[in-house]
Design a protein around this ligand. Structure first.
Ligand SMILES: *Cc1c(COP(=O)(O)O)cnc(C)c1O
Length: 418
């Protein structure tokens, strides 16, 4: 294959790195055209939960595809969406009573922000300031970028991004975070959006449930809406169905996507509490929630999500997750004392560490070097800078998991020898 017109996401084509062609997948393994067996150590960018081509999800997709492929969702409905919305309301906190569908994590965030602003506008209060956490990531559309960390990924688009309040990431001492949030909320912030427990794209940064609970309480005291972006953290990634659950936190708005369909189809929901709905509910058409995309609540995607929820209901998913978490910890422990490893940490099934000498000047190109090394070792691992993390599908086989960690160890040794 000499020339492809495909422009890939987050890919600098000028560097000339090979773009492997994957023909099929099962479980935690991708198979390439040149017959390589690649272990998917990052769940294909955090979406695949029970494994690729899961038979129950594939069967649900095939079945739905025979009956209803796609239809308008404005003023019309279908059974897969009705079933999914009811089941989400049943398994998530009872305060989250309303389900708005979209098709990606970014759009789920855009919807959450629009709901929050709509809430304040329709109540006749002029709150509009959004508060975010340093190092956050909420997606790549304009609104989602605006509430995310600023940096090389969005510097070119800065003129289009709106201004937000920022609170520091809670490090060893969470007080500055809580104080900054308190000040923003007391100043009348409309909403605070945050990734609960783990900041994914920001570098798998982890903070404890107690801090999440305190942040939620501060928002509640001042009426600032609390938006939990669970796009990466939900569906068992952090050890529980949602990360909020570990802090007994019920947000006003929750964004879900990635593992919602088990990672098989693009689908997202923004769950809202009754006051958000009430602010829009009226005979006045100007209060309508004016948001839609063509494929809102695509029936086939909803069927995939219903199959995912059936797996959660009927199979010991949390036990599988706990077992994987324990294995991840054991592997992490073997590397924690390595001279080139720092900040070994874990939350649920997500394990992360920083590689390299903290004083090293080569850190800037360590990320691409690691990416190449892992690709050549038939591993799908995509370090965030010098942060290496392992977030596999829950069905990964022990040998494959061991191979991932052995290769990370080899990489650490190679850096030490450099
Ligand atoms: C991936 C991610 C998003 C964006 O989801 P897309 O489906 O890629 O648009 C938003 N928030 C968080 C926390 C994410 O990890």
């Amino acid at each position: 294959m000499t020339h492809s017109p495909v422009w890939h996401p987050f890919t600098q084509h000028g560097l000339g790195d090979p773009v492997p062609l994957v023909t099929h997948a099962e479980g935690a393994v991708l198979h390439t055209e040149d017959r390589r067996r690649v272990v998917d150590a990052i769940s294909s960018w955090w979406v695949t939960t029970h494994g690729h081509c899961h038979p129950r999800i594939m069967a649900a997709i095939a079945d739905q595809a025979q009956r209803l492929d796609q239809m308008i969702f404005a003023g019309w409905t279908h059974q897969p969406a009705e079933d999914l919305a009811r089941e989400l309301c049943r398994i998530l906190p009872e305060e989250l009573t309303r389900v708005f569908f979209s098709d990606s994590g970014s759009t789920a965030v855009e919807v959450a922000l629009k709901m929050a602003l709509g809430f304040w506008t329709h109540r006749g209060e002029g709150r509009s300031r959004i508060v975010v956490m340093e190092h956050s990531y909420h997606g790549d559309t304009i609104g989602a970028m605006s509430v995310g960390a600023r940096g090389v990924f969005n510097a070119a688009y800065a003129p289009m991004l709106f201004d937000v309040g920022r609170v520091p990431f809670p490090g060893n001492d969470p007080q500055p975070t809580l104080d900054a949030l308190e000040a923003e909320c007391a100043g009348g912030a409309a909403a605070f959006i945050v990734e609960p427990l783990v900041l994914g794209a920001g570098g798998m940064l982890m903070y404890p449930p107690e801090v999440l609970a305190e942040m939620r309480a501060i928002c509640a005291r001042h009426g600032t809406l609390f938006i939990a972006d669970e796009v990466m953290t939900a569906w068992g990634r952090t050890g529980t169905l949602t990360a909020c659950e570990q802090a007994d936190v019920v947000p006003d708005i929750m964004c879900l996507s990635k593992g919602l369909t088990g990672g098989a189809m693009p689908l997202a929901v923004t769950m809202a509490s009754e006051p958000i709905w009430d602010a829009h509910y009226s005979t006045d058409r100007t209060r309508t929630f004016y948001h839609s995309s063509s494929y809102t609540a695509n029936p086939v995607a909803c069927a995939a999500a219903n199959a995912n929820l059936a797996i959660w209901r009927e199979e010991p998913v949390l036990e599988r997750i706990a077992a994987l978490a324990a294995k991840q910890q054991a592997h992490l422990d073997t590397l924690a004392d390595h001279a080139m490893v720092r900040n070994a940490r874990r939350c649920g099934t997500i394990a992360a560490l920083e590689l390299g000498d903290p004083g090293g000047s080569y850190l800037s190109d360590l990320g691409p070097k690691l990416l190449r090394r892992f690709r050549e070792a038939d591993l799908l691992l995509r370090p965030l800078g010098n942060t290496v993390y392992v977030m596999p599908p829950y069905c990964i086989e022990d040998d494959d998991l061991a191979r991932i960690w052995a290769e990370i160890g080899t990489a650490a040794d190679a850096i030490a020898a450099d």
